[in-house]
Design a protein around this ligand. Structure first.
Ligand code: CP
Length: 326
């Protein structure tokens, strides 16, 4: 894997001919295998720099607008940390009720406002397609940090980076996605991204009302990836290399009674995990609300806290790329 050049001593100026300069990051459909290899190479560089010197001036003078219409801990704070580790600064808008959004300002107008002050905009919004609307309004790059039940592309990038780092490969894997596959945008993005690799098999385990959407399955099927749906984990756990657990997304249910029926449907604990391989990993985009018992946290297969740290390096890479510094 070629190591991309990074020069922390050149804070000003950017390479406007770089492939990703000025690009929006809206969907995992934008990324080829080669792109992933490149991003992961930059993320490795970022990790090395953070471990060696902590903070450096690659994006000194650059400003990120972090615009969150929905709650976030990891995505919001990791983009902030990524920008600050790279020497840039952040306009945080995580309580839109205190912004002019509460006066009725439209998303395109809010985006046009922020790009007057910032070089890149990270957006989380409850509506599918909102990131594309924002990108259309903006001249500066927009990064989709989750658009309703649509996509969460930087989460899928960090998820694949986690798998590659932890298991040493992205080919020939059986990946089992568990929980809320209907509303979970992270699994929609991850299934699409993994479908580029060979020897991938995807198992979907969910309650009947929370199945993987047919349109995602159809896209994955087009790539020739075998997929199978189950209501119980028992049958597929022994063959699983990556168990990707998700939270049942209470906030997306129209009828609270439906949520009550399916919450707590699956709980991963040390007893259940006796049936799994030793050389597999358990991932979760987090937050968790009971679907993984804390008693499992000390198991070496529990990769979900390491997964968050990988996210910092991937988001540093993405920011450097769209700002012409990688
Ligand atoms: N994984 C993830 O998107 O977490 P947050 O909702 O805390 O950002």
């Amino acid at each position: 894997m070629p190591t991309p050049p990074l020069n922390p001593h050149l804070p000003f100026g950017e390479n406007k001919n770089a492939d990703w300069y000025g690009k929006d990051i809206l969907s995992v459909k934008q990324f080829s295998r080669d792109d992933l290899q490149y991003i992961f190479g930059v993320a490795h560089e970022m990790r090395g720099m953070v471990e060696r010197i902590g903070t450096f001036d690659l994006l000194k003078g650059k400003i990120l607008a972090n615009l969150f219409y929905e709650p976030s801990t990891r995505t919001s704070s990791s983009f902030t940390a990524a920008m600050e580790r790279l020497g840039g600064s952040v306009i945080p808008i995580s309580e839109v009720k205190y912004s002019s959004v509460s006066k009725g300002e439209s998303l395109p107008d809010t985006i046009r406002t922020l790009e007057c002050y910032a070089d890149v905009i990270v957006l989380r919004h409850p509506e599918t397609g909102s990131a594309a609307i924002a990108a259309k309004a903006a001249k500066k790059p927009v990064i989709n940090a989750g658009d309703g039940v649509g996509e969460h592309p930087t989460q899928a990038l960090l998820d694949t980076f986690t798998i590659a780092e932890e298991l040493g490969r992205l080919d020939n894997l059986t990946v089992t996605m568990l929980g809320d596959l209907k509303y979970g945008r992270t699994v929609h993005s991850l299934a699409r991204l993994l479908s580029q690799f060979s020897g991938i098999k995807l198992n979907y385990v969910s309650p009947d009302i929370l199945k993987m959407p047919k349109e995602v399955m159809a896209e994955v099927a087009e790539k020739g990836v075998p997929q199978a749906e189950f209501s119980s984990l028992e049958k597929v756990l022994p063959e699983t290399d990556v168990l990707y657990v998700t939270r049942v997304q209470k906030e997306r249910f129209e009828d609270p009674a439906d949520y009550e029926k399916v919450k707590g449907a699956y709980v991963i604990d040390p007893e259940i995990m006796k049936a799994a391989k030793q050389d597999m990993i358990v991932m979760h985009p987090l937050p968790r609300v009971g679907e993984i018992s804390p008693e499992f946290d000390d198991d070496p297969r529990a990769a979900y806290f390491r997964q968050m740290e990988y996210g910092l390096y991937v988001r540093m890479a993405v920011l450097a790329m769209v700002l012409g510094k990688a």
